[in-house]
Design a protein around this ligand. Structure first.
Ligand code: FE2
Ligand code: FE2
Length: 390
């Protein structure tokens, strides 16, 4: 089964992970240098201030590359300073699908004839929240984050991520259109429903704070804010809110309802697990390379604000209970997953002692191999080498 903490199996020894990262993967760097027979170090800049190559300068040295504020030529992929980023890119390309590949016919029947009013309320609001969120996620990575990266192997995965966020938006649109929901009403709902608006506003505030052309990440305050914003998007927005956002639909799927939508969400969730894991790794690397010290109060405030918003959201979408899934389940699962993300970030657990409420979620979210999958699809979802989520 997919390891949600470490989807690519890159950190098989979590206890030593921090030490490894402090030395910036010395084995990988040394091996890469040996293989490429790099010249003697030089202090000369390898690119001008705009990142353009300078004629006559020595080749890019792996040890000069930086996640941000680097001066190496951003148009040159190798040598890899961050080979794990390339691994994320290769793996992301194994999860390729389009929403048209999944049969939604039964979902139309389920929505019209089987879902209760309360379940329709859940379904519509989950879609409404997610579709607005995925556009925000796309804008964050594509417009605010990518331009600040100074190692192309990071940007290449993020370019794939931008594409995937657009695919996710298409997927929600496909569900909304196929089920026959009122598009203008669904898409406008985040402006009307305070409990959805609140979560969107939190993300918008973070995004707007790093989406300015005058940001200088050599400024400690700006750098600190950028790290907090990226940490929020990877650790909370994608790592908790998206992750948790799909679970009400998976609970319907468990009861044999809205299975097409749930299958779409399984594909999206695979992407989002990688997005969160990649973003968390980048954030940790920025912290190490730049000696960033996050204020514990800023982190605590982030968790508290996001928890309060999730509580309100859960109590809205599940104001009337549905079978097999409650607001309390949703809220506790947010806290449980938040602890998981905090551990990945080497932060204290924000909600210590919380147990997993949805013990079925990880299993339900996985695309099971025994399923007669290709009957309902026009293309294979996987190309290239073997995709192992076990
Ligand atoms: Fe997404
Ligand atoms: Fe994402």
């Amino acid at each position: 089964m997919l390891n949600w903490d470490d989807p690519l199996g890159l950190n098989t020894k979590p206890a030593t992970q921090v030490e490894e990262e402090k030395t910036v993967h010395p084995q990988t760097v040394e091996q890469t240098l040996d293989a490429l027979n790099q010249p003697e170090p030089t202090t000369a800049p390898l690119a001008d201030s705009a990142g353009a190559p300078v004629l006559g300068q020595p080749p890019v040295r792996v040890e000069d590359k930086r996640v941000i504020n680097g001066l190496t030529d951003v148009n040159q992929l190798a040598p890899f300073r961050y080979p794990w980023a390339w691994e994320f890119f290769l793996n992301a390309n194994k999860n390729h699908w389009t929403p048209l590949d999944i049969n939604m016919a039964q979902d139309v029947q389920d929505y019209q004839h089987k879902l209760t009013t309360e379940e329709r309320h859940v379904y519509e609001n989950v879609l409404s929240y997610l579709t607005t969120s995925d556009i925000l996620a796309m804008r964050n990575i594509g417009l605010a984050v990518m331009e600040k990266m100074t190692a192309p192997e990071l940007q290449i995965y993020q370019a794939r991520q931008v594409f995937e966020e657009a695919m996710h938006t298409w997927t929600y649109q496909h569900c909304i259109e196929t089920i026959g929901l009122d598009q203008s009403e669904i898409y406008n709902r985040y402006r009307v429903v305070p409990e959805i608006n609140q979560k969107i506003q939190i993300a918008n505030r973070r995004l707007n704070s790093v989406l300015r052309p005058d940001i200088d990440l050599n400024d400690r305050d700006e750098l600190n804010n950028f790290v907090l914003s990226y940490l929020f998007f990877a650790g909370v927005f994608e790592g908790c809110w998206f992750y948790n956002g799909f679970s009400p639909i998976f609970s319907l799927q468990r009861r044999g309802l809205m299975k097409g939508t749930a299958e779409q969400f399984q594909y999206i969730m695979r992407d989002e697990v990688l997005h969160a894991s990649f973003g968390i790794r980048v954030v940790k690397q920025i912290i190490l390379e730049n000696d960033v010290t996050l204020d514990p109060k800023d982190i605590r405030d982030m968790w508290d604000e996001c928890e309060a918003a999730e509580v309100d959201y859960a109590n809205y979408i599940l104001r009337d209970p549905i079978l097999g899934y409650s607001a309390e389940d949703h809220i506790n699962q947010f806290r449980f997953v938040a602890n998981r993300r905090a551990r990945q970030l080497n932060l204290d657990e924000p909600f210590p002692g919380v147990e997993c409420t949805l013990t079925w979620l990880d299993e339900q979210a996985n695309i099971r191999k025994e399923k007669n999958f290709f009957e309902t699809r026009v293309t294979e979802y996987q190309t290239g080498g073997g995709l192992s989520w076990d």
